[in-house]
Design a protein around this ligand. Structure first.
Ligand SMILES: C[S@@+](CC[C@H](N)C(=O)[O-])C[C@H]1O[C@@H](n2cnc3c(N)ncnc32)[C@H](O)[C@@H]1O
Length: 215
């Protein structure tokens, strides 16, 4: 009985996530967030989704796989969605759960403690991406990885730098956890205040910053 209940919960979460992605109905997105334990808030998800919908066949690049990956794939059903993940174990787990996900393992090879010395040195911020990612430009980019929550973590220095480098001429870059020192400093330095659109704050999770570039 317990096993059956667990199977049903997984099935329900997947169904709700799919429908939330397809329809964008706020009540479904709210329910999906509750059922999956997604960290980004409903308002933040809706802002990214709106940018996706501006493009008829959006090229969407997301740093970090998570319980929201299926939602992003379904929000961008006519386009292409690619994920980058640095945690091999977590990536394999999500790949098993999410059929058809296009996700690649990346290596940030950085320590958050180095953020101050890296900020104005592009040569230290470069990293290797699979050709599928490096040889394209992306209409919408969401930076929500690596974790960067404190000492000993990799920090988002390289992913924010890559966000600026890989975004299309008039694309959008969203960065989550912009209530943290490193994210704030790198957004200000690399994505620039003149491209800033808005910040969506939240009570118990990270703030989301939205940047839009001009051709
Ligand atoms: C900051 S979390 C955010 C995930 C998602 N966007 C969300 O809002 O829930 C993303 C990173 O956390 C790490 N991670 C490790 N274990 C995880 C787990 N059980 N759930 C979610 N993220 C995990 C992964 O490396 C991943 O790139």
């Amino acid at each position: 009985m317990e096993k059956l209940r667990a199977h049903f919960s997984v099935w329900l979460a997947k169904l709700v996530t799919k429908l939330a992605g397809i329809t964008g109905w706020v009540w479904l997105v709210k329910l999906m967030r509750r059922l999956t334990g997604t960290q980004v808030t409903v308002e933040q998800m809706m802002a990214v989704r709106q940018a996706i919908k501006e493009n008829s066949a959006c090229k969407l690049l997301i740093f970090g796989v998570g319980n929201d990956s299926w939602f992003w794939m379904n929000s961008n059903s006519g386009g292409r969605t690619v994920f980058l993940e640095d945690d091999d174990f977590w990536l394999r787990k999500v790949k098993k759960r999410v059929a058809g996900i296009e996700a690649y393992l990346v290596d940030y090879d950085s320590k958050i403690e180095e953020w101050k010395e890296m900020i104005d040195k592009p040569e230290l911020l470069e990293m290797k991406f699979p050709d599928e990612v490096a040889n394209a430009t992306w209409d919408v980019i969401l930076v929500d990885a690596p974790t960067g929550w404190g000492e000993g973590t990799k920090g988002r220095m390289k992913s924010i730098y890559a966000g600026r480098k890989l975004v299309s001429e008039s694309g959008h870059v969203f960065v989550h956890d912009c209530d943290r020192e490193v994210e704030i400093a790198y957004c200000n330095a690399l994505l620039k205040p003149e491209n800033f659109v808005k910040e969506i704050t939240a009570v118990d999770v990270g703030y989301l910053r939205h940047y839009k570039f001009q051709a």
